[in-house]
Design a protein around this ligand. Structure first.
Ligand code: HEC
Length: 148
């Protein structure tokens, strides 16, 4: 019995220490210098992430769907979503920029829309692959204006 009481006490002490540590971290975060806060990478915010929203529009303009099908899930050309699920960032970027001429995939290197949006394009398809963006999700601004 005394063991159980002792354990409970120790657990409570451990919890207190964790609360104290969390409180300290929260406070030091609040008191962080502006430069420190400015350097934090922007968190991914889904389809309305500015880079992703811009990429979404670029993909529409470039009409990747013409070959890759509705939602880019495969037609005459394979699913880009599936490709993003199984390939890493480097392979994805290389494929879009270099294409595969003999097999009908255009090379998009030098296309200003692709060059400006390649990271957003990768993030869009990576998010499609992990389900955090759905096939019919569109950026809020585009829904309102009915563009695309
Ligand atoms: C003219 C038709 C066409 C268009 C337009 C097109 N693609 Fe493709 N794409 C293909 C074909 C065909 C393949 C398969 C090539 C192969 O078999 O290696 C392919 C392959 C790919 C792959 C690799 C898929 C895999 O499983 O190997 C990616 C990624 C890709 N395309 C992205 C894009 C993006 C992004 C766009 C728009 C910017 C686009 N494609 C536009 C025809 C097209």
């Amino acid at each position: 019995m005394w063991r159980a009481v002792d354990l409970a006490k120790r657990l409570r002490a451990g919890q207190m220490a964790r609360y104290a540590a969390a409180l300290f971290l929260a406070l030091s975060g609040e008191l962080g210098t502006p430069e420190h806060i400015g350097r934090a990478p922007a968190p991914f915010t889904g389809i309305d992430d500015p880079a992703v929203a811009s990429a979404w529009q670029a993909l529409r303009t470039l009409q990747c769907e013409r070959c890759h099908g509705q939602g880019y899930e495969g037609l005459s050309a394979p699913s880009i979503v599936e490709f993003a699920r199984t390939q890493d960032h480097a392979a994805f970027v290389r494929t879009v920029l270099d294409g595969n001429g003999p097999r009908g995939m255009p090379a998009y290197r030098g296309n200003p829309l692709v060059d400006a949006n390649i990271e957003g394009i990768y993030r869009y398809f990576a998010a499609r692959a992990d389900g955090s963006i759905g096939p019919t999700d569109r950026p809020a601004a585009r829904t309102a204006s009915g563009q695309g």
